[in-house]
Design a protein around this ligand. Structure first.
Ligand code: FES
Length: 153
């Protein structure tokens, strides 16, 4: 089948792409826009490594078809900092050593930003519940929760 003409809005810019209808948002970001901060862990919606924001809400980009998110405002880890100024949660991740291998980190940060913005960072328990869809095989969970608490304060 002929590729679809898809316009994606990512980090404030519009991109016109020719995509196979089955292309996920994650693959469009990584392979077509070369925004490789979002990671593919499972590709099945189970690990959270691919988490981005869509109209400010967290989504797993491996579960969304790119052609179906036309017109939505997508924010990836590459779009969080303002120039040289890190987002407060990015700074808190560094301060709190909230990663080891780093593979899950961009997904953790995007989910954490949504946690803070949507008012779910009021206690460690609430943060853990919110973040339960984002797995970290290094087990940095305590540090991740601490970073989110710091950035929310
Ligand atoms: Fe999307 Fe694992 S790669 S949830």
């Amino acid at each position: 089948p002929a590729p679809l003409d898809v316009v994606l809005r990512v980090n404030g810019a519009e991109h016109r792409l020719a995509l196979d209808a089955r292309t996920t948002l994650l693959d469009a970001l990584r392979e077509h826009l070369h925004l490789t901060g979002s990671k593919k862990g499972c590709g099945l919606g189970q690990c959270g490594a691919c988490t981005v924001l869509m109209d400010g809400k967290r989504v797993k980009s491996c579960l969304n078809l790119a052609a179906l998110v036309e017109g939505r405002e997508i924010t990836t880890i590459e779009g969080l900092a303002q120039g040289d100024q890190l987002h407060p949660l990015q700074a808190a991740f560094i301060e709190r050593d909230a990663f080891q291998c780093g593979y899950c980190t961009s997904g953790q940060i995007m989910a954490g930003v949504a946690c803070i913005n949507e008012g779910h960072a009021n206690s460690p328990e609430e943060i853990r519940e919110w973040m339960s869809g984002n797995l970290c095989r290094c087990g940095a969970y305590d540090h991740i929760v601490a970073a989110i608490r710091d950035a929310a304060a």
